[in-house]
Design a protein around this ligand. Sequence first.
Ligand code: CTP
Ligand code: MG
Length: 227
Amino acid sequence: MDYEVVLPAAGSGKRMGAGQNKLFLSLGGKPILIHTLEVFQSDENCTGIWLAVKDEERQYIQQLLEKYGITKVKGLPNGGEERQHSVYACIKEMQQVDIVLVHDAARPFITKPIISRLVKEAYEKGAVIAGVKAKDTMKKVNDGVIVETVDRESLWMIQTPQAFRFDLLKQAEEAAEEVGFLGTDEAMLVERLNHQVYIVESTYENVKITTKEDLVFGEAILKHRNE
Ligand code: CTP
Ligand code: MG
């Protein structure tokens, strides 16, 4: 089952504090961005990759694509101020496809079995996202005071990929853009249209490399995989 993927890569990695886009930092000797790209490059069902990039980083990224043999990239539009704008920049440039995945370039440990489950279910249901069950006790806090202990059974921590019928995501992006609605993920935009969004259980390994300690986790995951 074919799909194309949008990878927002135009962030600045402020929380990493590395003084550069965190996606260029190395994990096991290879840029984080390349780890992510290689998963989709080697997935035969992936027919195109769209990368939202910063204008000033485009040339360097193109060099990396060449160096690592990433040939499926169909476009590298300029990203925007917010992640949502970066994703929309790609959607606007894409030709009609059946299914589009949106995946954070900063999640290098995504695996093909999860991708294929998401794609399959997106063909059936229109909108499906990856997530894992919350592990800790969850409480709502206001001004340092516990307001409520939330029932953990119904709480999921949401990741990417998020998979959609292309026309549904495009419509949701356009509707959000029109009123200036900003969501923290693509599913929120689709939820706004009262379309049901489903979940696929992912793995705790599919971390987003966000802060310095995530690099330590990342190296450990790589080591564990190579054992
Ligand atoms: N991203 C993007 N455009 C933006 C902001 C983020 O394409 N305007 C991308 C990032 O490059 C990353 C993904 O969205 O691959 C998830 O965002 P996040 O982890 O928040 O990365 P940064 O925004 O780079 O990090 P920070 O928020 O710490 O600055
Ligand atoms: Mg960010």
